[in-house]
Design a protein around this ligand. Structure first.
Ligand code: PMP
Length: 354
């Protein structure tokens, strides 16, 4: 080992789902939205492309056009909204800003696999609280002394939704620390904890444009909370990189949030497809919880998940498989278009009988 190696910040990085180059792959592995973004998004980007003089300049560091659009949509003050480069960036900033007590932060044992990576990166101690046998969060597990709490709702990769009353119980039991509810998938059937930010000054609700607003490629995420928390987040952001959001993302995000009719139509379409696919998968011998997200977390009565994952991949249908304790016999399948899901179901029908 070289002498300088001893002082390097060594981390085991998060591994995102595969982004294959091949266009004919049915891609159900990273919970992207199968529908394009609202038509106004392309229009906004075209407009920007027609004004190259604008690109010469730095973007607005306060991201005002996007922050204002989000604030208007949710009836908030601008001071209650923080934006970043996807909710990954927002969540990383939250870990850096709020989890500094030296006490372990708490999150579920089966959850978004970036949480432990940020905790390790920022040297934040953490404890994982086990989900119950049905993969549900046990709220009482979060009532002990801790350095902060974070969980997704619905949880990922399980898709399980914690009822809002239980989310509130967790927040109410943790007045000494910041509680972050990661609502990446809330628009697919959950009830947001957002109204609770008026009641609890230690709550942050984090959402994203990557799923329900079809803009994973633009990288836009946001946090909503009381102005003091948002100010602390901005202080850290401005100490790290003032211009996190580029001009195209700002324009695209503002256009997306302004088209509510399109948003409602596409999210309802995904919910409809999800419920139909649940019925079909049951008939094929799959078991799963009552996902309220844009994916299903399934296990088969006889076919091992890893085998099925490989067989699907060979057939150019990509889903997600996590070789991890408790979930290594499950597949996470993103809800695509009806046509994509029919191709998946056709494959499963023939594979599972042969
Ligand atoms: N939270 C959860 C629970 C997720 O599954 C994801 C998607 N990988 C994210 C946050 C981050 O999404 P993005 O950075 O695209 O907003």
């Amino acid at each position: 080992m070289k002498a300088w190696e001893a002082n390097i910040r060594k981390v085991i990085p998060y591994v995102p789902g595969e982004q294959p180059k091949d266009a004919d792959i049915i891609k159900l592995n990273t919970n992207e939205n199968p529908y394009p973004p609202a038509p106004g998004v392309a229009e906004a980007i075209r407009k920007l492309a027609g004004q190259p003089q604008v690109l010469r300049k730095y973007p607005d560091p306060s991201a005002d056009v996007l922050v204002s659009a989000i604030a208007r949509y949710y009836h908030l003050q601008k001071e209650q909204v923080f934006v970043g480069v996807g909710s990954d960036d927002v969540l990383a900033m939250c870990f850096l800003t709020f989890f500094n007590s030296g006490k372990p932060i708490l999150f579920p044992d089966i959850t978004y696999s970036f949480y432990d990576v940020w905790a390790d990166l920022f040297r934040i101690p953490y404890e994982c609280r086990p989900l119950d046998a049905q993969f549900r969060i046990v709220k009482e597990d979060y009532y002990k002394e801790n350095g902060g709490v974070i969980f997704p709702n619905p949880n990922a990769p399980t898709g399980e939704l914690l009822p809002l009353s239980q989310v509130e119980d967790i927040i109410a039991h943790n007045p000494q620390v910041i509680v972050i509810v990661d609502e990446a998938y809330i628009d697919f059937g959950g009830t947001t904890a957002l109204p609770l930010i008026e009641k609890y000054d230690n709550l942050l609700v984090v959402q994203t444009f990557s799923k329900s607003r079809s803009l994973a490629g633009m990288r836009i995420g946001y946090a909503m909370g009381n102005p003091a928390l948002i100010q602390y987040l901005n202080d850290v952001k401005y100490s790290f990189n003032s211009y996190t959001m580029n001009q195209a993302a700002l324009a695209a995000g503002a256009a997306a949030v302004e088209d509510d009719a399109y948003f409602q139509m596409t999210r309802e379409r995904i919910i409809r497809t999800r419920e139909r696919v649940k019925g079909e998968l049951s008939g094929l011998g799959f078991e799963f919880g009552d996902s309220k997200s844009n994916f299903l977390f399934v296990t088969h009565e006889s076919c091992p998940a890893e085998e099925l994952f490989q067989a699907l991949k060979k057939a150019k249908i990509y889903v997600r498989y996590f070789k991890k304790p408790r979930i290594d016999n499950y597949l996470r399948i993103t809800i695509g278009t009806d046509q994509e899901m029919d191709a998946l179901l056709d494959f499963l029908r023939s594979y599972l009988v042969s």
